[in-house]
Design a protein around this ligand. Structure first.
Ligand code: SAM
Length: 215
């Protein structure tokens, strides 16, 4: 993602603290108090400008969503998306690093993790930075319910192949693997910004669901 520095981002995020929550550590183990209900919680790590998570929240009011984005300058666009959508009550954003999930969630807080068009980190020496590396799979498992799921979409064949291997070797069960999602185009598919961009260029979109085995 090309980053345009927005010096005002921090203030903008602070003034929208009911959408982009400050101090997410304080909700660890108690996210139900944020949403005032017992509904399942789905998170997206690397939410970008938030088109996917906002669309999901509007389409599924009985699921709670949290979009996690590292860069404030990008999160600003996600906040704008949420405002445009009328600020759905089942959607919150966090301006935090996805590699620190355990600071904000405890085991069982999260019912599903979405990863969409994660940075591919193509160099072998950067493999550990890929969000589907075993270290990240362990991290997600540590906050997910037993037999929780990851749903992953990407345009990047190398990252997709790496993820298939990484998840299989981790012992996860792969389901609904697609090498051309848009050829099938499930009715409930909500496109991300990157998905729109790459599919408009005719590139195939890869998708999989992976489930952790029971402990
Ligand atoms: C290539 S963009 C994809 C954005 C969006 N998911 C989409 O599909 O259009 C990847 C996003 O992940 C964010 N990201 C990368 N590493 C992250 C991390 N460790 N924690 C949170 N966000 C991260 C980046 O800042 C960027 O906005």
């Amino acid at each position: 993602m090309r980053l345009r520095n927005k010096p005002w981002a921090e203030d903008f995020i602070k003034t929208h603290s009911t959408i982009a929550l400050p101090d997410p550590e304080s909700y660890k183990g108690n996210w139900k108090s944020v949403f005032n209900n017992d509904n399942p919680l789905h998170i997206e790590v690397g939410t970008g400008k938030g088109q996917f998570i906002t669309g999901m929240a509007m389409a599924n009011p009985h699921i709670n969503y949290i979009g996690i984005e590292l860069y404030g300058s990008v999160l600003v666009s996600a906040i704008e998306n949420v405002l445009e959508a009328g600020t759905p009550a089942n959607l919150k954003l966090l301006n935090v690093d996805g590699s620190k999930l355990k600071e904000f969630f405890e085991k069982g807080d999260v019912d599903r993790v979405y990863l969409n068009f994660s940075d591919p980190w193509p160099k072998t020496r950067h493999a550990k930075r890929r969000l589907t590396h075993a270290n990240f799979l362990r991290l997600y498992e540590d906050v997910l319910v037993d037999q929780g799921e990851i749903h992953f979409k990407t345009d990047n064949r190398g990252l997709f192949e790496f993820s298939l291997v990484s998840m299989s070797q981790y012992g996860m069960m792969l389901k609904d693997v697609s090498l051309d999602l848009h050829a099938e185009m499930p009715e409930d598919n909500i496109m991300t910004e990157y998905e729109e961009k790459f599919s408009a260029k005719g590139q195939p979109i890869y998708r999989l669901e992976a489930q952790y085995k029971a402990k």
